[in-house]
Ligand binder design. Structure first.
Ligand code: NAD
Ligand code: ZN
Length: 362
């Protein structure tokens, strides 16, 4: 499927399909030809399995890109890798009229986007995402690298020229990464559509999805994201809803992250937290929250790490959250499924929610 992300200053298409790189030699031939040089920034792990597919597709339109391999996953989002890539582009004589292709998961996409945003004050780039999670990260134009002090602390908004999801690449994803990406899919459902939410919660083969199911579901997720980003590109209002589950989820990532939890696994815990909180602010009840927790457990999402830490350890990170303003904690809660609102929550309420969550996940 295909959909268009329509923004005030630009628009671009997102394609998700088997065989989608064929578009490079027809629909996107003109775009590619308009660049004096093309560079692929590729995740090492992804490149070792899949780079040929992309190279062959580019060869079909006579393009011989230069390739820069970067460390797999989050390890590529460092200042050192960023600078190394910028020097690489200069040494390869890239100009303001050159173009980049990101080939990897959300980490590689964030890095490549930020390189493209800043190389000679900005060049065009195409996202070729390879994870389920990147249905979230590759659309919307947020780009960033990390600092030792915090994740995504240096970044900018820079929209891609196109996004091409080749669904056959999902076949080699580790189950952990499938879980991680599908958590964000659930987030997109919960903040937009009660019927779709319940459908997902009833899905029997949730973490062993077919390629066709994935293509359809991810397109729905992308539609939610694209609609919100079109309304609020720079996160002044409704784009905040996309942080559902993320305030507590990011704290879990920071506190329990070294235990090897993936981003989406932390967000699943964060959404459980937000559902408990939502019970105080709308129609959702404990029956629903428990149904969600059971569903998550059945599909292998871990919860136990949360019980190993004190509330204060999570609190310290929630207060530091980029989205917090002056020590006030803002949470996205649901008045009902599909109806998010932003609420300022006291430390006391937060503590009670945490204690209740710990009881519920026993
Ligand atoms: P990732 O990019 O770190 O990749 C996870 C692992 O999977 C890596 O080891 C990678 O080598 C491997 N991998 C990727 N594709 C594969 C494939 N097809 N087959 C086998 N292995 C594969 O993880 P991710 O979950 O895609 O992205 C997480 C990143 O996305 C984080 O840095 C996060 O901050 C960012 N993010 C950004 C946004 C945004 O709006 N920009 C939104 C959400 C998340
Ligand atoms: Zn996320």
């Amino acid at each position: 499927g295909t959909l268009t992300v329509q923004l005030p200053d630009t628009s671009y298409d997102v394609h998700i399909d088997n065989g989608v790189y064929e578009l490079l030699s027809n629909r996107y031939k003109e775009l590619l030809d308009s660049a004096d040089k093309i560079g692929i920034i590729a995740d090492e792990q992804v490149a070792s399995i899949h780079l040929q597919i992309l190279l062959v597709a580019l060869q079909k339109c006579g393009i011989e890109p230069v390739v820069k391999i970067v460390p797999a996953g989050e390890q590529c989002k460092t200042a050192a890798v960023y600078v190394e890539c910028q020097s690489f582009l200069l040494n390869e004589s890239f100009t303001r009229n050159s173009m980049l292709i990101a080939f990897g998961g959300g980490a590689c996409g964030d890095l490549t986007g930020f390189i493209a945003a800043t190389f000679m004050r900005g060049i065009r780039f195409i996202q070729c995402p390879t994870t389920i999670l990147s249905h979230d990260s590759a659309v919307g134009g947020k780009t960033a690298i990390n600092l030792p002090e915090g994740k995504n602390m240096i970044g900018s908004f820079h929209q891609p020229a196109a996004v091409l999801f080749e669904t056959s690449l999902f076949r080699t994803l580790p189950v952990r990464e499938i879980r991680s990406g599908l958590a964000e899919l659930m987030k997109h459902a919960f903040i937009s559509d009660p019927y779709w939410s319940q459908q997902l919660l009833a899905e029997k083969s949730f973490i062993s999805p077919s390629e066709k199911w994935l293509a359809e579901e991810l397109l729905k997720g992308i539609r939610v994201k694209a609609t919100i980003v079109a309304e609020d590109e720079f996160e002044q209002s409704s784009r905040k809803y996309l942080n559902f589950g993320h305030t507590f989820g990011h704290a879990v990532e920071a506190v329990c992250g070294f235990g090897g939890l993936s981003h989406g696994e932390c967000i699943m815990i964060g959404m459980a937290f937000s559902f408990v909180m939502s019970e105080n602010h709308g129609e959702l009840d404990a029956v629903f929250t428990n149904k969600f927790i059971q569903f998550a457990k059945k599909n292998g999402y871990p919860f136990s790490p949360v019980s190993d830490y004190e509330f204060e350890e999570f609190l310290a990170f929630m207060i530091k959250d980029k989205k917090a303003t002056f020590g006030k904690m803002n949470f996205v809660v649901l008045e009902k499924l599909g109806s998010p609102i932003v609420k300022t929550i006291s430390t006391e309420e937060c503590r009670k929610v945490f204690e209740e969550l710990v009881r519920r996940i026993q």
